[in-house]
Design a protein around this ligand. Structure first.
Ligand code: GLP
Length: 263
């Protein structure tokens, strides 16, 4: 069952499409199916990809669909949102290794066209502007998959980030380090990351935000119903014309809004 609601912002000009699902798995599967549809329609689609626990079931389903012969990644180019500074790509906790093990090594994607920020770049500013140039040269991102941090971050753009920011190195908030320590056997992750900027993210033609679980409930409510402010970076998504939110019962509990239809 899928409930859809619309949230109008205060100017009543923009609307967000919100897809509600009863379970985490249902929400993740629906996002994977949406990406799969896009792949079938546009085999050379440029994808923006995200890491994190939220995305794991999405990649699992995409791999399953590929194994079932339903989708091919052969024409895809991908750009990941972010990477920890100081982690080599071979480190299993790096986002490069995570993407390899959860998706890239399990499908027919051309790995030379999978791009992840370089956490070891000797000159991070130079790398970051090259990354931006590579995105432009690929024709821009057609479909950006986004998670959301408990503090409302997108990519690793923490509260306070400039809405116009481009790819750069940022300091991570204490709460982000704590949340992500789950991936580091309880130890703290690196304190810096290279992330696409909010300005970079907003240039994507379409954005899909997947948020699941009770820990995202507050961030989702603020992102959708609070004032648009850098204090909650995800609020900026209300200024984008083509964003959809995909929520489970827990994350979407406060934003059910007016349910218009059951599909
Ligand atoms: C992480 C990533 C984000 C991700 C978010 C949520 O730190 N940098 O890109 O979307 O925070 O992560 P999770 O899905 O593990 O909750």
């Amino acid at each position: 069952m899928r409930w859809r609601s619309l949230v109008l912002d205060r100017s009543m000009e923009l609307k967000m499409r919100i897809n509600h699902f009863p379970t985490t798995v249902a929400a993740a599967n629906a996002v994977a199916d949406r990406i799969a549809e896009r792949l079938k329609a546009t085999p050379n689609v440029v994808l923006g990809l995200a890491t994190g626990a939220t995305m794991e079931p999405v990649y699992e389903r995409l791999v399953a669909l590929h194994r079932a012969g339903e989708i091919s990644f052969a024409g895809v180019t991908s750009f990941n949102l972010d990477e920890y500074v100081g982690l080599p790509p071979e480190d299993p906790r790096s986002y490069r290794a995570t993407m390899d093990s959860q998706l890239f090594d399990l499908v027919d994607i051309d790995k030379s066209r999978t791009f992840v920020p370089d956490g070891l770049a000797a000159d991070p500013a130079a790398f970051a502007s090259r990354y931006e140039a590579m995105i432009r040269e690929a024709g821009g991102i057609d479909l950006q998959l986004l998670g959301i941090g408990r503090n409302g971050h997108i990519g690793f753009n923490e509260p306070g980030a400039d809405f116009a920011a481009r790819t750069r190195v940022v300091d991570l908030e204490e709460s982000t380090l704590e949340a992500n320590s789950a991936f580091f056997d309880g130890a703290l992750p690196p304190t810096q990351a290279m992330t696409m900027g909010i300005g970079t993210i907003l240039e994507s033609r379409e954005i899909i935000v997947l948020a699941t679980g009770a820990t995202k409930r507050d961030a989702v409510r603020t992102a959708l119903l609070g004032a648009v402010t850098p204090d909650c970076p995800a609020t900026v998504l209300r200024r984008h014309a083509n964003v959809s939110w995909w929520l489970d019962a827990e994350s979407g509990a406060d934003v059910a809004g007016e349910s218009l239809a059951a599909e």
